[in-house]
Design a protein around this ligand. Sequence first.
Ligand code: UDP
Ligand code: MG
Length: 320
Amino acid sequence: MRRPALSIVVPCYNEEGCLQALHARVSAVAHAAVGDDHEIVLVNDGSRDGSWRVMQALAAADPRVIAINLSRNHGHQLALTAGLDLCAGEQILIIDADLQDPPELLADMREAMVREEADVVYAVRRKREGETLFKRLTASAFYRVLDRVTDTPIPLDTGDFRLMSRRALDALLSLPEQARFIRGMVAWVGFRQVPFMYDRAERLAGDSKYPLAKMIAFALDAVTGFSTAPLRFASHVGLALTGVTVVMFLYVVGSFVLGRTVQGWTSTMLVVLFLGSVQMFVLGMIGEYLGRLYVESKRRPLYLVADIAGPVQGRASLGY
Ligand code: UDP
Ligand code: MG
């Protein structure tokens, strides 16, 4: 199979209002970089709006557009996986559909890739425009907590916006897990990876597709995928509580020897409630890992493709 010089992969969920502008800007920078020798892979992640219609129109008008229609909403990371599986380029740019990540940075990122002899140029958010204080604070806290608990160093304030070499992408695609936290998985594969600072723009149209519940699920995938620290938490708490128990024991025995009895509905209730909640919390954490183990063991396909518009002959098989 002949590989184009550049693939641009875009996961899209209800991005009707962004797609035309996205195509215009991405197509312009791709032409400037490699001429006609590129492809734009748009993945429709079960959108409820007219995104798929717009994609089909784009694929009909521009032979370099490949539009993939997933069978339903599989989630951002799996939609991205579908696009990455199907793309064929020597270099791969991952970008969001909402133009928060300026495609115009492509030239500088390619330049950095050559200059630094890197396999991955990942874009680090210096500023985030037009996002709520809540989003900025939670995102910032998330990357810092993740950095503390994971064994793999995952770059701070870095989304999926990045330029990758074919060998780095092939390495990434060899990781089979269902719960995919792609920015961490890319960090895990190694090779030479260099940061690239940029200011994140405001979303062009529509709202964020990451409500709080999705953000929490995403964060849990990240932590459980890259760290077993929460499982060790139970033994640490257990050890600390044993220390507290020894002190309490001495206090109670001492009081008894001195002929005083320790009173106590309040203290008993506090201890019971405290221990109960710690145990539930730890149980919940074990459950998070156990649930993921169960999902992995089913070995279902990561996503299913319903339709494809555009030139895709001879591409890698779809599915796992
Ligand atoms: N997205 C997707 N499937 C989903 C949710 C999001 O393909 O279930 C895409 C979305 O269209 C966008 C990218 O993932 O291209 C990032 O989503 P969004 O911009 O809403 O996230 P935010 O920038 O607010 O974190
Ligand atoms: Mg966005």
